[in-house]
Ligand binder design. Structure first.
Ligand SMILES: Nc1ncnc2c1ncn2[C@@H]1O[C@H](COP(=O)(O)OP(=O)(O)OP(=O)(O)O)[C@@H](O)[C@H]1O
Ligand SMILES: [Mg+2]
Length: 240
């Protein structure tokens, strides 16, 4: 059994008048690649933000295992009016748990840019990069902070097929890296991508987890129909 990194115990989250999460219990263990799926408004982003400690639960408990480092990639990465390199370096430098000086932060940032294949545009303004490049830059910024768990909110939603494949390849590469394998938890509307990358699928509907199973079970139509008719109906709808 792999080490548990984040635990949610019957967590509910209220956002204004909406109950965004209702009694969600989840355990994320090292090395998992967990895809969060469900219709718009089902609670995927809320769940990611809760796992990252950004949304306080109104009920239940979120436990992040001490010493486990987390980073989160938001759906629309916010780049500062700086070079690609300095966007990453600033993220690293501001993370006081890394305790690096500016020069060391820049060196680490350059390594991160190399990691995602963006070293050639290190000096360019981050905001002038393409959407796909900005998403890779956001991945570099998260990776440079040396997380154990990477949370991603629809990381390929606005990308063309080529850029989508590039980001997917990086996610797979981060997850399988021998020196420092990352645990991935990400929201996705792309079931093909879920099939390619996930080890486990969590299906949400109106803030509740209605299915949580290995990816092979989730894509076994007969089994899914028996275990979770709601999730089965969702998958059939997406595939039709
Ligand atoms: N800031 C907010 N204030 C009030 N309600 C919110 C807020 N953010 C989200 N909600 C509500 O919480 C519920 C869950 O939203 P959430 O963004 O987590 O869904 P999602 O699964 O990520 O959807 P999408 O696929 O559209 O990104 C929705 O009903 C949404 O309207
Ligand atoms: Mg969302």
């Amino acid at each position: 059994m792999s080490a548990v990194q984040i635990t949610l115990d019957t967590v509910s989250v209220q956002l204004g008048a909406q109950q965004a999460l209702k009694g969600v219990s989840l355990c994320i263990a090292a090395g998992e690649r967990v895809a969060l799926v469900g219709a718009n408004g089902s609670g995927k982003s809320s769940l990611l933000r809760t796992l990252h400690g950004l949304l306080p639960p109104t009920q239940g408990q979120v436990t992040q295992t001490p010493g486990v480092r987390q980073a989160m990639l938001f759906q629309r990465p916010h780049m500062l009016r700086l070079s690609a390199l300095n966007n990453v370096a600033l993220g690293v430098w501001l993370d006081r748990s890394l305790a690096l000086n500016w020069r060391a932060a820049q060196i680490l940032a350059l390594q991160a840019l190399q990691r995602v294949g963006l070293q050639a545009v290190a000096g360019q303004s981050a905001r002038q990069l393409s959407g796909g490049q900005q998403q890779r830059l956001a991945l570099a910024r998260a990776w440079a902070r040396q997380p154990d768990v990477l949370l991603l909110d629809e990381p390929t939603a606005s990308l063309d097929p080529h850029a989508k494949r590039e980001v997917e390849a990086l996610m797979a590469d981060f997850a399988s890296n021998q020196d420092r394998p990352l645990t991935l938890v990400w929201a996705s509307h792309n079931l093909g991508q879920v099939k390619r990358l996930a080890t486990r699928v969590v299906y949400l509907e109106f803030g509740r987890v209605l299915a949580d199973m290995p990816v092979s079970d989730f894509f076994n139509a007969e089994l899914l129909a028996a275990l979770s008719p709601a999730a089965h109906a969702f998958v059939q709808g997406e595939l039709s």
